[in-house]
Write a protein that binds this ligand. Structure first.
Ligand SMILES: Cc1ncc(COP(=O)(O)O)c(C=O)c1O
Length: 445
């Protein structure tokens, strides 16, 4: 789609226009935003972004796993334009229009939650999580939730109560929603129970069953267990398949709804529609946002009609299923189905293999993990010590920016690689070369 082949520099980064906008931003926007480096975007095409000074950069971040179809994909732009010319809003909570139904039908057809599914549309990831928590309470009549250490589910009061990845996300906001118990995430690489996988005896799931549910949290009080099938903000952590399956069994045994937060991992990013599919686990409720509409603000909850049994008026919102967002969502869905998911698998495998080659050369690369185009590369002091190095990870990210490659970190020390799903192998190769230059320099080689 794109004729651009490499980053192009018109100025040193940041250029004068970028600097001026950052200065204005600092005087006008909330200081709570977390900007890692001064990338000031003017326009985008595919996996390439041009900043306000005319510098062209390669995108390994996709606006945090959002722009799945790349920047301003012509089919998405066309769908948005066509719908905007017809009408822009008419409150999907109170009225009917076809794009909302058409997108819901598509999502229902792929959802592993059941055969007869229903969708609730909203505006963001946090709002999807908020709605999923309400639905779980409504459906079960139970008040409590289980969430995981390292989880990120958003920042509204219910969602932030389930979040457990960084103290700053909660500091100053207590009391949050009562009734959330955090337990260790199934993670064989840094297992708190000192287990390794294979050979793992699923101590993390036994801990929920034998300690949590038997000593302080009566299972009949638990409405839902919310889990990211690959932890995002927590460090792109992939759980063992057996653990996910054991969690499903545990939920079945106690009548607890399994809520899969697929906001970051869903919509084809991992090479399947939903990351839970890699574990052959069927959740009861799925939350979506990010990649659902190529950057238009939209979230969704999917559940079977038996679970989504709330009454009219029990939940709704003004902008639910905004028709322009739905039009973008339909185009996005069709593009993902039409080849981007396959591309995520193929290019993701290539990039992961390249990172594993680099791992052999540079001792500061720890674990390399992920699925499809959701890849985490851990940066450590040395592989032997396994000491996490936040500073070295930051140094790689900052250096990459100056070389025209955009990415972010996650967890304490993991490079978060989540490019648009349209990225070609050739484009990925350009990015991998820059990555290697940066890692080499930070490793002191
Ligand atoms: C897994 C997960 N859940 C929920 C959220 C919250 O989404 P939003 O920022 O749209 O509220 C995020 C955002 O990063 C996420 O990664």
């Amino acid at each position: 789609m794109s004729s651009i082949k490499r980053p192009i520099f018109k100025t040193a980064l940041p250029g004068p226009r970028a600097k001026a906008i950052v200065k204005r931003d600092q005087c006008s926007l909330s200081p709570s935003y977390t900007r890692d480096y001064p990338a000031v975007i003017d326009r985008g095409q595919g996996v390439w972004l041009t900043d306000v000074d005319g510098n062209v950069m390669l995108d390994f971040c996709a606006g945090i796993a959002v722009n799945s179809t790349g920047h301003s994909h012509p089919r998405v732009v066309e769908a948005i334009k066509r719908q905007a010319e017809k009408f822009i809003h008419y409150s999907g909570t109170d009225f009917y229009y076809e794009p909302e139904v058409a997108l819901a039908e598509r999502l229902n057809s792929i959802s592993p939650t059941g055969k007869d599914n229903r969708v609730f549309f909203c505006n963001s990831g946090a709002e999807a999580v908020e709605g999923a928590l309400k639905l779980a309470r409504y459906h079960t009549g139970r008040p409590q939730f289980i969430s995981f250490i390292g989880a990120f589910h958003g920042r509204t009061m219910g969602a932030v109560s389930c979040t457990g990845s960084k103290p700053t996300q909660k500091k100053g906001f207590f009391p949050t929603m009562p009734g959330v118990t955090h337990v260790p995430y199934p993670n064989c690489y840094r297992c708190v129970f000192n287990q390794t996988y294979p050979g793992c005896s699923l101590e993390c799931v036994k801990y929920i069953e034998d300690t949590v549910l038997k000593t302080f949290l009566p299972p009949e009080e638990v409405a839902g267990l919310i889990i990211e099938p690959i932890q995002g903000e927590g460090g792109y952590v992939v759980p063992p398949v057996a653990a996910m399956q054991a969690i499903r069994k545990l939920c079945d045994k106690h009548g607890i709804l399994l809520i899969a937060d697929e906001i970051q991992s869903g919509m084809g990013r991992t090479g399947k529609w939903f990351a839970v599919e890699h574990c052959k686990v069927k959740p009861d409720i799925i939350t979506l946002a990010k990649g659902i509409a190529s950057g238009m603000p939209m979230g969704a909850i999917i559940a079977s009609s038996a679970v989504m049994n709330w009454k009219p008026g029990s939940h709704g919102n003004t902008f639910s299923g905004n028709p322009v967002c739905c039009a973008a969502g339909i185009a996005t869905f069709d593009l993902i189905q039409g080849g981007l998911m396959k591309n995520a698998t193929a290019v993701g495998a290539y990039m992961t293999a390249e990172f594993k080659k680099m791992q052999k050369k540079y001792d500061i690369i720890g674990d390399v993990r992920g699925q499809g185009l959701m890849i985490g590369v851990e940066i450590v002091e040395s592989r032997k010590s396994k000491t996490k190095s936040h500073d070295k990870m930051e140094a790689v990210i900052q250096l990459a920016f100056t070389k025209g490659l955009l990415m972010l970190g996650c967890g304490t020390n993991t490079l978060r690689i989540c490019p648009p799903l349209v990225i070609t192998k050739e484009e990925a190769k350009v990015g991998m070369e820059i990555m290697e230059q940066c890692i080499k320099k930070v490793a002191g080689k």
